[in-house]
Design a protein around this ligand. Structure first.
Ligand code: DX5
Ligand code: ZN
Length: 219
């Protein structure tokens, strides 16, 4: 069983103080830092690109987990390889998904695959043997600070069941609206990797927010 990891989402930090925000999150016990890349096409927002990730990497001591919400991850992923420990792409992307997952692994890092709330879990099935992480979006991707979609817990359970039935080993990550309350439901359902933006960066005590998430009771 994978240990629970907490990955604060940099999207929720104060961009004007990037280095000190990265330090604040890692000093508070962040396991990974989650980097949300949005191209203004795959989602209705533009976040930041490789230069910003390079800037974060200058001070990051923990692995960077890069989530590509872009239409052409096959074209852009090489620009994030150097600073990422994991790169996650979307099953809805306009590219050869399997070839892109394989190319990410070939570059020496782990690969993840995600799906939007409206995409059925079955669309992930052909790719499960080729991924290191399965990311269930628990909000519509594009913006931080949205309410958690409880109906997505069914996908977390499907991901857990498929992993067990097929003898696979991918991490199950959730992203969007994760708080102590909704995180508990995710962990109960089988999630082991929790992305949290607002609830961690805006917490009165970030260290306690992270450690409480990490210590939620397992399913
Ligand atoms: C949403 C992003 C998330 C976002 C989560 O498109 O993928 O990573 O930053 O932020 P919160 O935790 O505030 O919902
Ligand atoms: Zn994300």
């Amino acid at each position: 069983m994978h240990s629970i990891l907490v990955a604060p989402s940099i999207l929720a930090c104060d961009f004007g103080r990037l280095h000190s925000e990265v330090d604040r999150a890692q000093d508070a016990g962040a396991d990974w830092l989650h980097m949300d890349i949005m191209d203004g096409h795959f989602v209705d927002n533009i976040s930041f690109g490789p230069a910003f990730v390079d800037a974060a990497a200058q001070v990051a001591k923990v692995p960077l987990d890069t989530h590509l919400m872009v239409t052409r991850p096959d074209h852009y992923f090489p620009r994030f390889i150097q600073n990422s420990r994991n790169i996650t792409i979307h099953v809805e992307a306009d590219c050869d998904v399997l070839a892109t997952l394989k190319a990410i692994r070939q570059a020496g890092i782990s690969c993840g695959l995600s799906l939007r709330p409206k995409t059925p879990f079955e669309s992930m099935l052909p790719f499960l043997p080729y991924i290191d992480l399965l990311l269930v979006m628990t909000v519509e991707p594009g913006f931080g600070g949205q309410p958690f979609l409880t109906a997505m817990l069914e996908k977390v359970r499907s991901a857990q069941k498929a992993r067990q039935d097929q003898g696979l080993d991918y991490r199950i990550q959730v992203d969007g609206g994760v708080t102590l309350q909704t995180g508990a439901l995710c962990v109960e359902s089988g999630a082991d990797t929790l992305v949290a933006g607002t609830s961690v960066f805006r917490a009165p005590d970030m260290k306690s927010a992270i450690s409480q998430l990490r210590n939620l009771p397992r399913f």
